[in-house]
Design a protein around this ligand. Structure first.
Ligand code: DX5
Ligand code: ZN
Length: 228
C-alpha cells in the first residue's frame, strides 16, 4: 500500500547511531520523525559493516515509521531490489557502485519503492543531470560514507545548489537529501542550499530528548528554507 508522503522539511534519524541490541525501543523513540534512515554497509564499498536484508526486514516489521534505506554496498544492481521487496519506502544506492543506475531505479520503482541515488563528496553532480527524472530522491553525501559522527562538509554545498537549480530548470520534483554531520549548527546551511530531507544520526540519538531533537531540527530547517 503506498504510504502518504510527509511534507518538507523531512527529518530522517539514522539508526546507525542507535543501540543495535535495543532496536525496537530505539525505533519507538523516533516515531515523530519522517523516515527511519537505515545504513546498510558491506565492508567493501565502505570500510564498515552493519546489517543486511534479514535485519532490515525485522526493522521494517518493527518500525513505527517508514524506512529510508541507504545502501553503501558494492553491486547494488543485485541487492537493492530485495530491500524494495521487503517494503522499504525508499531505497537509495550509490551511483559510484551501480553498473546500470537507470535500469536499477526503474526496477525499484516497479517494485513500489521510491528510487534514490547517492553521490559521495568527490563525485560531480553533473553526472546526474541527464538522469534526474529516473529518481525520486537524490542523496548528496555531506561526509565520506562509512561512519557516523563526522564533521559536515560545507564544500559539498555548491554541488547541492547546482543540482537543485538543475532540477528546477527541468521541472523535476525530486527530493534532495543530505546525510552526514547534520546538527543544530549545520542544518540551516543545507536547507539554504536547497535540501528538503535531512538525515541525522548522532544529533538525534545523542540528544537527551530524542523527540525534541527531531522537532528542533525540523524547525531550524523550516526557518532556513523560508529565509531563502
Ligand atoms: C554515514 C551514514 C550516515 C550516518 C550519519 O556513512 O550514511 O547516515 O549515520 O551520521 P551523523 O549524523 O552522525 O553524521
Ligand atoms: Zn546514510
Amino acid at each position: 500500500m503506498p504510504i502518504e508522503l510527509p511534507d518538507a522539511p523531512r527529518i530522517n534519524p539514522s539508526i546507525l547511531a542507535a543501540d543495535f541490541v535495543n532496536m525496537q525501543a530505539e525505533l519507538a523513540r523516533i516515531a515523530s520523525a519522517d523516515f527511519a534512515h537505515v545504513d546498510v554497509m558491506d565492508n567493501h564499498f565502505v570500510p564498515n559493516l552493519t546489517f543486511g536484508p534479514q535485519m532490515v526486514e525485522r526493522i521494517q516489521a518493527t518500525s513505527p515509521i517508514p524506512l529510508d534505506v541507504h545502501l553503501m554496498i558494492t553491486d547494488p544492481d543485485r541487492w537493492a531490489p530485495g530491500y524494495a521487496e521487503i517494503g522499504a519506502a525508499s531505497v537509495t544506492f550509490h551511483l559510484e557502485a551501480a553498473a546500470e543506475p537507470v535500469a536499477l531505479a526503474r526496477r525499484l520503482r516497479g517494485i513500489g519503492a521510491r528510487a534514490g541515488v547517492a553521490i559521495k563528496p568527490e563525485t560531480p553532480g553533473e553526472s546526474l543531470y541527464d538522469i534526474l527524472d529516473e529518481f525520486d530522491q537524490i542523496l548528496v553525501m555531506t561526509v565520506e560514507p562509512g561512519f557516523g559522527g563526522q564533521g559536515f562538509r560545507s564544500d559539498t554545498m555548491p554541488k547541492l545548489r547546482a543540482l537543485v537549480q538543475e532540477a528546477a530548470r527541468r521541472g523535476s520534483d525530486v527530493w534532495f537529501q543530505v546525510d552526514g554531520g547534520i546538527s543544530d549548527r549545520t542544518i540551516a546551511e543545507a536547507a539554504e542550499a536547497g535540501a528538503d530531507t535531512f538525515v541525522a544520526g548522532s544529533a538525534v540519538y545523542g540528544a537527551d530528548d530524542v523527540e525534541a531533537a527531531v522537532t528542533r531540527l525540523r524547525d531550524l530547517a523550516r526557518a532556513a528554507s523560508l529565509d531563502e
